[in-house]
Design a protein around this ligand. Structure first.
Ligand SMILES: Nc1nc2c([nH]c(=O)n2[C@H]2C[C@H](O)[C@@H](COP(=O)(O)OP(=O)(O)OP(=O)(O)O)O2)c(=O)[nH]1
Length: 311
């Protein structure tokens, strides 16, 4: 089943309403339909969007593939993001349309399978994990400021050597910086260690993930986890986390002993995972297209995004 997340220039996404009498009827959805025999995903999506909305798409890129079991039927939705198309979308089958920013989407208005799609739309494609230990907080924050000014919107604060007040001070300053620039700051420590500290969410280590039996964090917080294999990805999905990192894809300097997954294995592991997955390990922005083609939400990096100098 193909579906299109059709975006306008402001990043709002086109939604259509399912008729009341069909499966998941009365809910909003991402328009699309079934592939016909012999069609490529791109061809099938183009045909469906022409038939349903009267638009001709000129390009699309994979966003996320979601498998879902409704009990009475199982579906596989292959969702592509569409930004380049000709024509003004209109409901050729009489279906109501609306444009909505991903942040304004309420998952309760959509079929249950769509929850990870909404997360994939809200999350950016680049995920910065901060580098260099922040002993020199000013230099560290200047580097973070440059990254956010370059357009980074998702940041995991890594500061293993700090504790007590120096960690809390760094969090306060990094949060104020991210907040002022519209970026999300995630803290990668145990929830009880960061109680009371400002943040947009939590990032769990693989160990903490496997020890958790419920999703940590408060309402409205982003929660993701580091994963290295299928069991950890499955746990991240069971806990209803918002995203996962999967690593190491390529050899890395930070984990020289770890056996890299390679892109083929990465794609195999991501395929059944019902949540957005970032590729991590030896990657930089130059790997973004390759990661997306292998089913990733995008790439996460320390070195590849932190130490970029200039501008
Ligand atoms: N197009 C689309 N389908 C979705 C979304 N979320 C979701 O669960 N679905 C499910 C609902 C349906 O079971 C299936 C798509 O159904 P469809 O309308 O294209 O096909 P259909 O129900 O007419 O299928 P059928 O009666 O011909 O068997 O995928 C979504 O966001 N977009």
């Amino acid at each position: 089943m193909m579906a299109g997340a059709i975006a306008d220039a402001d990043g709002r996404i086109l939604l259509t309403k399912r008729p009341d009498h069909v499966h998941q009827g009365g809910l909003w959805e991402f328009p699309g339909g079934k592939l016909e025999p012999g069609e490529s995903p791109e061809q099938g999506l183009a045909r469906e969007l022409e038939e349903e909305l009267g638009i001709r798409i000129r390009g699309s890129r994979p966003l996320i593939r979601v498998r879902h079991d409704y009990g009475d039927r199982r579906i596989l939705l292959d969702v592509h993001r569409v930004e380049d198309y000709a024509g003004e979308p209109h409901g050729r089958e009489g279906q109501p349309l609306r444009w909505l920013a991903p942040e304004a989407m309420d998952p309760a208005d959509f079929p249950a399978a769509d929850r990870p799609i909404i997360h994939a739309l809200r999350l950016p494609s680049l995920f910065l994990i901060t580098g260099e230990d922040p002993a020199d907080a000013d230099a560290f924050l200047a580097c973070l400021d440059r990254a956010v000014a370059r357009g980074i919107r998702l940041v995991q604060l890594r500061a293993p050597s700090l504790d007590g007040d120096s960690y809390a001070d760094l969090v306060l300053r990094a949060y104020a910086l991210c907040e002022s620039r519209g970026a999300l700051l995630l803290l990668n420590r145990d929830p009880d260690e960061v109680e009371g500290l400002p943040r947009h969410g939590l990032h769990l280590s693989a160990r903490r993930l496997m020890e958790s039996h419920a999703r940590p964090g408060g309402p409205g917080e982003w929660v993701g986890a580091s994963c290295h294999d299928a069991a950890q990805l499955a746990r991240a999905a069971d806990l209803n986390l918002d995203y996962a990192l999967l690593s190491p894809v390529l050899p890395t300097l930070t984990h020289p002993g770890a056996e890299p997954l390679g892109w083929e294995r990465f794609a195999e592991l991501v395929d059944p995972a019902p949540l957005p997955v970032y590729a991590l390990g030896g990657l930089g922005p130059e790997h973004l297209d390759q990661a997306i083609a292998r089913g990733a939400q995008g790439i996460a990096a320390i070195r590849g995004l932190w130490s970029m100098r200039g501008r």
